[in-house]
Design a protein around this ligand. Structure first.
Ligand code: PLP
Length: 420
């Protein structure tokens, strides 16, 4: 034997495509920053990297949602498998919830319950990944899209969001990217990582551009209604009669329960184009091959969507607005960080590092690793969301932690500033 004895030889091997596709996720980059923290620092670690506010008392979910899950579990009605495309009552509740903001009504047949918004994205990319097809993704964006595209073989092409225009889409560049193999464009609104909220007019232009190109729009609205600036949340589905729109969303962010893993995929297509072109049958097929969310969560979802009080939502909006204000004001005090626009939605802001003002910092990753080590503050390097030498900061944390964390960022930047 060439490679040692038979006992040393195994026939299994990893799927290199999977290893490569999972290389630059937010999780893997954050893990690197976190593993570089200094355990000897007695101060608490300030997590401004992840968008998961559920740990903080001020962002605890509503008891309406907790009670709904407990009641569904206790009822013993939801211990079995759910029917093929999900519990009908769950599907109709989601259709009802989404229809409140649309000029037409979705039916329960338009809705598929999923394991978080993540699974909705996976199902959709799988549906669209026919040979040679390509999809247009925003840059900066949400790297999970790139990951599933790489894994399914769907070619990803990137259009820029413009920092000087409130992170609006560069429409001309988007059009120039498309060809006859382009199947869809992805819009994340309210935006992660930029914290922007598109205007009605801009969304309409996007719909018209997609119509012109003959492609569908995937609207990632996982931050639906989390807006606290001038622009209200407008669901892309409003333009469903201009262009077919597939919405993905979840209760993860608005209800602050990302660990519950409950989301949905919804088709907004009053003209029935998706049906005609076989997309609906493919979605159903892919859904049937996959797994659906826990049945008791499907059982609880009607109560969660229908009974949550307005006060819960408005309290969170007030907290996020205050946090965004504090974040923006404190960042302005830091010379090597530029914040092109104040966040108006979601839980994040993108800021640009001016490395020429810093003495011994190579790039955004170096910045975040050193910041973690010296100040026990975790921030996501922009390269993880497609923009090198930028940073993504989440402000959805307890106000005192935010203040403390940004104070430490400032101290770090002053300490590393180039001496004149
Ligand atoms: C958080 C997030 C998701 C994933 O949502 P889950 O419901 O947690 O699976 C999808 N897209 C964007 C833009 C997100 O920020």
């Amino acid at each position: 034997m060439e490679n040692g004895s038979a006992a040393d030889r195994w026939c299994f091997r990893p799927n290199d495509l999977a290893t490569r596709s999972s290389g630059v996720t937010i999780r893997s980059v954050l893990t690197r920053v976190v593993s570089n923290l200094d355990p000897a620092d007695p101060r608490p670690v300030i997590p401004l990297g992840h968008g998961d506010p559920s740990h903080f008392p001020c962002f605890r979910t509503t008891t309406v949602a907790e009670d709904a899950v407990v009641a569904a579990l206790r009822s013993a009605k939801f211990n079995g498998y759910a029917p093929g495309l999900g519990l009908p009552r769950a599907r109709s509740a989601i259709a009802e919830y989404l229809s409140k903001d649309l000029p037409y009504k979705l039916s329960s047949d338009d809705v598929y319950p999923t394991v978080g918004c993540t699974q909705a994205i996976e199902l959709l990319v799988t549906t669209l990944a026919s040979p040679n097809a390509n999809i247009l993704l925003p840059r900066p964006g949400f790297p999970y899209y790139e990951g599933v595209c790489a894994f399914t073989g769907l070619e990803a092409r990137h259009f820029d969001l413009l920092p000087d225009k409130g992170w609006e889409v560069d429409l001309d560049a988007l059009e120039a990217l498309a060809d006859q193999n382009t199947v869809a464009m992805v819009i994340i609104n309210p935006g992660n990582p930029c914290g922007n909220v598109f205007t009605y007019q801009h969304l309409k232009k996007l719909a018209e551009t997609a119509r012109k190109l003959g492609i569908l729009v995937i609207a990632d609205e996982v931050y639906d209604h989390l807006t606290f600036g001038n622009n209200p949340f407008v669901p892309m589905g409003v333009f469903g009669s201009i262009v077919p729109v597939i919405t993905v969303g979840s209760i993860s962010k608005r209800w602050m329960v990302p660990g519950w893993r409950f989301g949905w995929l919804a088709t907004n297509d009053p003209n029935g184009i998706l049906q005609k072109y076989g997309i609906i049958d493919c979605i159903k097929g892919v859904y049937n091959m996959s797994t659906d969310p826990a049945t008791f969560l499907q059982g609880a979802i009607p109560q969660i969507l229908e009974n949550t009080k307005e006060e819960f939502f408005s309290k969170n909006i007030i907290s996020l607005r205050e946090a965004a204000d504090v974040c923006y004001d404190r960042l302005k005090e830091i010379p090597c960080i530029a914040c092109p626009s104040k966040p108006e939605g979601s839980m994040f802001v993108m800021v640009k590092l001016n490395l020429s003002l810093l003495e011994d910092i190579k790039d955004d990753i170096d910045f975040c690793l050193k910041l973690g080590k010296e100040e026990s503050v975790v921030i996501l390097p922009g390269v993880a969301v497609g923009l090198k030498d930028w940073l993504r900061i989440t402000f959805a944390v307890e106000p005192s932690s935010l203040d403390d964390g940004l104070g430490r960022v400032k101290a770090f930047c002053l300490r590393h500033a180039k001496k004149q």
